[in-house]
Design a protein around this ligand. Structure first.
Ligand SMILES: Nc1ncnc2c1ncn2[C@@H]1O[C@H](COP(=O)(O)OP(=O)(O)O)[C@@H](O)[C@H]1O
Ligand SMILES: [Mg+2]
Length: 227
């Protein structure tokens, strides 16, 4: 199996004025292609901080994050942004769609940054919306969609550039349990097709679905073994 992610001795502190607040301590983790990993842990344990570091939305205070064969600590901010757009797909608890744009345009957005021609963008976004059962909602704005439909638009958006890793930070956290299970079905299907997924969840039942569970406590990994 091919390693898609390697985290080496990563620590992260935030600076609040003069105060340094350590949040992650000496994290080590490897993820292989095709793995479906749940990240669990109490609120404030550093799960989102870790996801943001893996997602190249932020940089570690020390240590390395290696995506495929690229050591991201050696990259400039511009190179990092390019990797983020090409190799990673992000799904958030609060969907983070652009409210004035239709579902179709929201899904097209990451392809604009990758300079994909317009016709190709339209076709690819449409295919993904169809795949997620939203073909008849392409012209709707987020405000005209249910929570589950919004999250499916966000999943389509995360998939458009065919990312090597799908990162989902509590993707079912704002959904009722039935809709949450429907969203999990989509992740299960993507995993069965070979996608590599890292998902933060508070739901033990949903985590059991994944091949592997990582538990964070006070910024340290408690248990990264296969379960
Ligand atoms: N941008 C930030 N600046 C300062 N402190 C932060 C910031 N983001 C998170 N924290 C702190 O880091 C800790 C971990 O937060 P977070 O990663 O969001 O945890 P989780 O996602 O597990 O709930 C918390 O104590 C939080 O207050
Ligand atoms: Mg969080």
């Amino acid at each position: 199996m091919r390693g898609v992610l390697k985290i080496e001795n990563v620590s992260k502190s935030y600076h609040l004025g003069k105060l340094e607040v350590p949040v992650l301590h000496d994290i080590n983790l490897e993820v292989q292609e095709g793995e479906f990993t749940a990240v669990m842990g109490p609120s404030g344990s550093g799960k989102s901080t870790l996801m943001n570091l893996i997602g190249c939305l932020d940089r570690p205070t020390c240590g390395k994050i290696i995506l495929g064969d690229r050591d991201t600590s050696l990259l400039s901010d511009i190179e990092l942004a390019r990797i983020r757009g090409k190799k990673l797909g992000f799904i958030f608890q609060t969907f983070n769609l652009i409210s004035r744009l239709t579902a179709q345009k929201n899904v097209e957005m990451p392809m604009i940054y990758q300079d994909i021609p317009r016709q190709q963008r339209i076709k690819r976004a449409r295919e993904l919306l169809d795949m997620l059962g939203l073909g008849d909602r392409a012209d709707h704005r987020p405000g005209e969609l249910s929570g589950g439909q919004r999250q499916r638009v966000a999943i389509a958006r995360a998939l458009v550039n065919d990312p090597e890793i799908l990162l989902a930070d509590e993707p079912t956290g704002n959904l009722d349990s039935k809709t949450g299970r429907e969203i999990m079905e989509i992740f299960n299907k993507l995993h069965s097709e070979g996608r590599t997924i890292l998902m933060v969840t508070h739901d033990q039942g949903l985590a059991q679905n994944c091949g592997r569970i990582i538990r964070l406590k006070d910024g340290r990994i408690e248990d990264g073994k296969n379960s």
